[in-house]
Design a protein around this ligand. Structure first.
Ligand code: T46
Length: 146
């Protein structure tokens, strides 16, 4: 079995199939999303094929990412294990917790990413330097193995 990175969880939302009039998916705080939602943002107009977003980790923020239209590639890295996920199902979310480096790329033209976040925007919560991330996470991992 492949090792699973820390602070990661796949969240499958209930889908209601209203054929022939479309589908809907429902995300309920606590029941589906494992934190209180303080912020919602969405990323769109991803027509630049070379666009790369993310490239950071958060110190405290918890988030769940959904690809509600199109597709993209999500790379997760907890400082030890890396994982690539193809995001292309509107009812499938990925929970990303503390100290997980994440990068988003290979967006389809119609890609829309919806993010539910546990806190307001705080630039001080970001780690945007990969060397700093590795140094911090190696201390966290060392503490856990002691
Ligand atoms: C994340 C991934 C999945 C704000 O002013 N408020 C906000 O709530 C957000 C999300 C961003 N911004 C500003 C900060 C930057 O000047 O918007 C600009 C772009 O943000 P950033 O480069 O962080 O965008 P992404 O797509 O690389 O990352 C975003 C989130 O910022 C981040 O928390 O985990 O999506």
């Amino acid at each position: 079995m492949k090792p699973i990175i820390r602070e990661f969880q796949k969240i499958i939302l209930k889908e209601v199939n209203d054929y022939p009039d479309g589908n809907l998916s429902i995300a309920e705080q606590i029941n589906d999303i494992p934190f209180q939602i303080k912020r919602i943002y969405y990323i769109y107009d991803l027509s630049n094929k070379k666009a790369i977003r993310g490239k950071h980790a958060h110190k405290n923020l918890e988030q769940v990412l959904f690809c509600i239209s199109g597709s993209f590639k999500l790379l997760l890295d907890d400082g030890k294990i890396k994982m690539n996920i193809k995001m292309n199902a509107p009812n499938e979310g990925i929970y990303i917790g503390k100290y997980v480096w994440h990068t988003m790329s290979e967006f389809s033209k119609n890609c829309i990413i919806l993010v539910l976040a546990s806190d307001y925007f705080k630039e001080s919560d970001y780690i945007r330097n990969y060397d700093e991330f590795i140094s911090i996470t190696s201390n966290i991992l060392d503490d856990k193995t002691e």
